[in-house]
Design a protein around this ligand. Structure first.
Ligand code: MEV
Length: 315
């Protein structure tokens, strides 16, 4: 009997979401507490074509299948592996990443499936091949995906994504990212469309938005590397203002950002696609991170997670 396995994890964007779709850099952090594991079982009865039975994660399948991401991915895997003869592959996925919260569920799901199927067929895909397969599924789900999620869900360290390449971020303080789920699903695809529409009508606004986000992102890398935690936090809050102005935040998330700042966070912002979803708050120690998480939950966040910036994620 042969079974392949694959896994991936969630991610949050620290800075640069949306602007990254227009060529600006983005910073992303793996979230070890959010996981997807997939197994691909090729041992069941032989049939006359290579088929894939799809995973029993009802809503992930709904999101991906409705938009064609999963069937497309499976067609690509079938081509890539060109398994001769007859085979029936049963792929099962367990996913603890809530959907539609900007936490990378769709990319992590695709990555776990790609790795499980490759493992089943005993093929080693290099990082670029895995990225291409995941990115192809993402482009369908997100409309126009920059590629940052497809990289971040497979990285064990915080990354800079710029010009299509990834680099490890240097972190000079014991930062903790608190992630809070507003409980309201955002729609990355709709958010990307909304912004594209506004940019088409207001090209000067596009240039200003992308430039301002980009300069915060580059400057924040120096703050992160040199341990200027306060300055880094302030840039996050500035970026929240830019995303809010762009119409991508919600009143509830604006309120939660205030709650986090009052609880001692150095900075806070909405993260990912927006129009709902999650916010992040950054602290420079674990104690304040606990307080911030607790206050956010008291204020209505349905769930919180923590991602230490300096720990390598075993994922
Ligand atoms: C999603 O995590 C980030 C966005 O910038 C979309 C993308 O980069 O593909 C909103």
């Amino acid at each position: 009997s042969s079974v392949g396995t694959g896994r991936a994890h969630g991610k949050v964007i620290l800075l640069g979401e949306h602007a990254v779709v227009y060529g600006a850099p983005a910073l992303a952090v793996p979230v070890p507490g959010l996981r997807v594991t997939a197994s691909a079982d090729g041992s069941s009865a032989e049939r006359d074509t290579i088929s894939f039975v799809l995973p029993p994660v009802a809503d992930v399948v709904a999101v991906n299948q409705a938009e064609g991401g999963l069937p497309g991915l499976i067609a690509r895997l079938r081509d890539r592996f060109g398994v001769p003869g007859t085979m029936w592959v049963d792929v099962r996925v367990a996913c603890s990443i809530p959907l539609g919260r900007g936490l990378g569920a769709s990319a992590a799901y695709a990555r776990a499936v790609v790795l499980a199927v490759a493992d089943l067929f005993g093929r080693r895909l290099d990082a670029e091949e895995v990225f291409e397969l995941v990115q192809a599924a993402e482009s369908v789900v997100h409309g126009r995906a920059s590629g940052v999620d497809a990289h971040a869900v497979g990285s064990s360290v915080p990354i800079l994504f710029s010009g299509g390449a990834v680099e490890r971020l240097r972190i000079g303080f014991d930062g903790v990212v608190v992630i809070a789920d507003s409980g309201v699903a955002g729609r990355t695809r709709d958010a990307v469309e909304l912004l594209r529409g506004r940019f088409a009508r207001e090209p000067l606004y596009q240039a200003r938005f992308v430039d301002m986000v980009e300069s915060e992102t580059w400057a924040s890398m120096g703050d992160l590397a040199d341990g200027r935690a306060k300055e880094f936090g302030a840039r996050l809050t500035t970026a929240h203002g830019l995303l809010r102005e762009a119409g991508l935040s919600t009143d509830q998330i604006d309120d939660l950002v205030e709650v986090a700042l009052r609880a001692g966070a150095l900075g806070a912002k909405i993260t990912g696609g927006g129009l709902g979803g999650c916010l992040i708050a950054v602290t420079d120690n674990a104690g304040t991170a606990s307080t911030v998480a607790r206050r956010l939950e008291e204020a209505g966040a349905v769930k919180t997670w923590r991602a230490p910036l300096r720990r390598v994620c075993r994922c």
